[in-house]
Design a protein around this ligand. Structure first.
Ligand SMILES: NC(=O)C1=CN([C@@H]2O[C@H](COP(=O)(O)OP(=O)(O)OC[C@H]3O[C@@H](n4cnc5c(N)ncnc54)[C@H](O)[C@@H]3O)[C@@H](O)[C@H]2O)C=CC1
Ligand SMILES: O=C(O)/C=C/C=C(\O)C(=O)O
Length: 482
């Protein structure tokens, strides 16, 4: 059994209470590591270390922080293979995905914010009529909390940590208790990179103990969270009376709107990915596929054929395209939604079942890629986030109907529109209720762009300047010069 440890004040350490719980490999259902069951005492120790480190870190030059963050990025690249294996084992995601998407993106996150910080500047506003000038300082906040989920573990952990550190903050970070391994390996990378002690502290444990201790700690002034909407609401309620800055990147029920005039083959290829990449466990996945009536039957036939060709298997196998779900509890949740869909009158066109694997993966948590039709837009299956390999397909007639279906949920994270009609694309993009719109693509990511959702999909934006602004406080200084 591997023993995961916290990383506090530059040291790998045991939880103060000495308690651990098990970490499972989703593809086999077997436990393989022990996770610290940290609590408020560990968080308190980390806050003391971070506050001390902040006195130094917040005053370092941009070059100094740039070089350290670049070094972190390089070390992630150098350890790509080990990190990808660890990520795949911990999450059940195909090794091909971990090595080409998750870990390279974690390296890019550090590289991107290392560079961005050297270009981050503040504004000045002149008042010649009053003989005055304003300049705005952008100062680091202090000690900040970063709490991340299990679906893209190192990718999302570093997406928060990198801008927080770049802006001059010290960080208390908590990965998901379901997928702690790459965050633990990152602790070792911090030590190798020579990150000064206390600048980044990584605490492992359950949300209800160590997570809540971070959110409720009075010295942690901002929280950046990615995860489920219910958890985001709880964090917001807890943080509000302390007036903490909050960035909440929450769930989605994203529409994938397909018009008859789309580039069909490209749409079909991408729709397979946007439906089932990472077993549908990405907040950006297009779980509601809306298809213009005139091509509905053709789309259904071609899509089902491709879904059935997906290579489901051991995540270790480089040929595998579709792996295991993250936990037994999550698999059961997804299966409950499939049952609900049937009760609501849906017809399962493919999948709908747990897959009993053989050999090494016989105890694993696999659910077949599932496509359901025949459901109205307002049923629970089409309104609630399933966060698994389940999509519904629905015909629509014209732009207005597509928009009314698309905007009918409480979520507003992302959307995809497939059309070659430029005017329609712009019209739909303007009307759609989502923070992110892709036209003729999906998950085409530029780290400079604002990333996040509206409605129940969250508050605030990550990425580029938005992230650096979130992790700094503006202070306006007005000078009267005569
Ligand atoms: N990126 C996304 O949009 C994600 C959405 N989800 C959705 O949320 C559902 C529930 O999944 P969970 O694993 O329970 O995710 P979660 O949202 O509860 O967990 C995300 C992170 O928050 C922490 N956390 C949990 N409760 C907390 C609290 N009270 N205070 C502070 N931190 C806390 C967890 O330990 C984890 O690090 C999923 O079925 C899925 O629908 C889950 C993960 C990611
Ligand atoms: O930043 C990205 O490219 C993707 C982010 C994905 C999530 O936040 C998620 O799935 O939760």
């Amino acid at each position: 059994m591997e023993l995961i440890r916290n990383y506090i004040d530059g040291q790998l350490c045991e939880p103060i209470n000495g308690n651990y719980f098990e970490c499972f490999e989703p593809a086999t259902g077997e436990s393989y590591a022990l996770i610290p069951n940290s609590d408020k005492d560990d968080v308190q120790q980390a806050v003391i270390a971070a506050k001390e480190a902040f006195r130094f870190w917040s005053r370092t030059s941009t070059d100094y922080r740039h070089d350290l963050l670049r070094r972190m990025s390089e070390l992630i690249e150098e350890n790509l293979s080990a990190l990808a294996s660890a990520e795949s084992k911990d999450t059940g995601k195909p090794i091909s995905l971990a090595s080409t998407v998750d870990i390279p993106r974690a390296a890019s996150n550090f590289k991107f914010f290392a560079n961005a910080l050297t270009q981050f500047a503040s504004e000045s506003h002149e008042m010649p009529h009053a003989n005055a000038i304003n300049y705005t300082l952008r100062q680091p906040i202090g000690v900040v909390g970063c709490i991340s989920p299990w679906n893209l573990p190192l990718y999302l952990f570093t997406w928060k940590i990198a801008p927080a550190l770049a802006a001059g903050n010290c960080v208390i970070a908590k990965p998901s208790e379901l997928t702690p391994m790459t965050a633990f390996l990152l602790s070792k990378i911090c030590i190798e990179a020579g990150l000064p002690k206390g600048v980044l502290n990584i605490i492992h444990g359950y949300g209800q103990s160590s997570g809540e201790a971070i959110v409720s700690h009075p010295e942690i002034k901002a929280i950046s969270f990615t995860g489920g909407t219910a958890t985001g609401a709880r964090i917001a309620a807890q943080a509000a009376p302390m007036f903490k800055k909050l960035s909440l990147e929450l769930g989605g029920k994203n529409p994938n709107i397909i018009f008859a005039d789309c580039r069909y083959d490209q749409m079909l290829q991408t729709t397979i990915r946007s439906s089932f990449a990472n077993q549908g466990q990405i907040c950006l996945c297009g779980s509601r596929i809306l298809v213009e009536k005139s091509i509905y039957e053709k789309f259904k036939r071609d899509f089902l054929e491709k879904v059935q060709q997906l290579a489901v298997g051991d995540p270790n196998n480089p040929e595998t395209q579709f792996g295991a779900l993250v936990s037994k509890a999550h698999m059961e949740k997804v299966m409950r939604y499939i049952e609900l869909a049937k009760e609501e009158g849906g017809e399962v066109l493919t999948g709908g079942n747990v897959i009993q694997m053989e050999g090494r993966c016989q105890g694993g948590w696999f659910v077949a890629p599932t496509v359901i039709e025949g459901l109205p837009a307002d049923c629970r299956t089409n309104q609630e986030e399933i966060f698994g390999p389940v999509v519904t397909i629905m015909p629509f007639d014209g732009e207005d109907e597509a928009l009314s279906y698309a905007n009918s949920t409480g979520y507003g994270l992302s959307s995809t529109i497939w059309t070659e009609n430029l005017s329609r694309a712009h019209h739909m993009a303007a009307q759609i209720q989502a923070g992110i719109v892709w036209i003729n693509g999906w998950m085409v990511r530029d780290l400079r762009t604002p990333f996040g959702g509206i409605k129940h999909s969250g508050v605030g934006r990550e990425g580029g300047w938005e992230a650096l602004r979130f992790f700094t406080e503006p202070k306006n200084v007005c000078i009267s010069y005569r």
